[in-house]
Design a binder for this molecule. Sequence first.
Ligand SMILES: *Cc1c(COP(=O)(O)O)cnc(C)c1O
Length: 350
Amino acid sequence: MYASASPSPSISNRTIDLRSDTVTQPSAGMRAAMAAADVGDDVYGEDPTVLQLENRAADLFGKEAAVLMPSGTQSNLAALLSHCARGEEVIVGDRYHAFKYEAGGASALGGIVACPLPTNETGGLDAGQVAAAIKPDDSHFAVTRLLSLENTVSGYVQSLESIDALCAIARTHGLSLHLDGARVWNAAAALGESLARIAEPFDTVSACLSKGLGAPAGTVLVGHRDLIAKARRARKMLGGGMRQAGLLAACGLYALDHNYPRLSEDHENAAAFAGGLTGIDALNVEAGPTNMVFLAPRESDRLPLVDHLAGLGIRIGAPAEKIRVVFHHDVSREDVVRAIEGVQSYYDAA
Ligand SMILES: *Cc1c(COP(=O)(O)O)cnc(C)c1O
């Protein structure tokens, strides 16, 4: 069952961490930018590097204003708090981060009612179901206030057409629109579209600097000036007002200059990894159009495969029906080859 690690020129001892794109280490260039940053007290609005990043983000997304948040979770929560009052409702995908993976914050801290809708295999919502979920003005119902979408979803890009269709329905009914664009950078790279075009139908967009962009922390929330002012107050309420945050903003600015333009390399590495595994009958491989690949081994192979790779210094997602493998800034093409060889060596020995 278990192959021993066969010595091969491509095998080094360095661990290849493919669990997530959040595991990246700040590069030497990013650390230098951080060390050189001019900083001030950002709660006083006096950190020049934060202001520079916020202006840059607002421009990139074609919005009036931006606010730097410590995390994507706080950014989504601050956005939802800015859109919805207590007892008001957000329509959201049942597999979307803002609904499923944020500890119920919108409900616990905002009294916001979630109306989760089935999310299809590639992350989309059904337009008819969205329309049907918008409540009429009737005192029995929560007031439906917001449609919250996500792009990318598990590495899958949501097309402009599908997003535009969902947003048009929401607008017809007077809803506000939020995009959880934690990995919107990958969507933009894959679509060959500008961030501004992707952001266009939305009132607010949240975009993480700490994933594919390789910064140690930080998310930008962009949108209309009045909404961003509300979100800034929510950030303070949630404990996210940071002082000399220019150290983090400098990483974000560095990432926009140096790491955003190279994201398609991660997409190519994901495709190369998936392509290298096509010959294995007992392994189903799903590759989305961005930086994630999902391995669907037979049930009895799930844990042994993950363990086998760990023994070779290759970490992938937790054993499950679909095991996530994520490509990022710190993964080279040589690492991709090593990962393919690692999976193949498991099946050769099986
Ligand atoms: C990671 C992620 C977030 C939250 O970001 P954190 O910085 O980890 O809090 C939100 N939405 C999506 C889709 C994500 O992938």
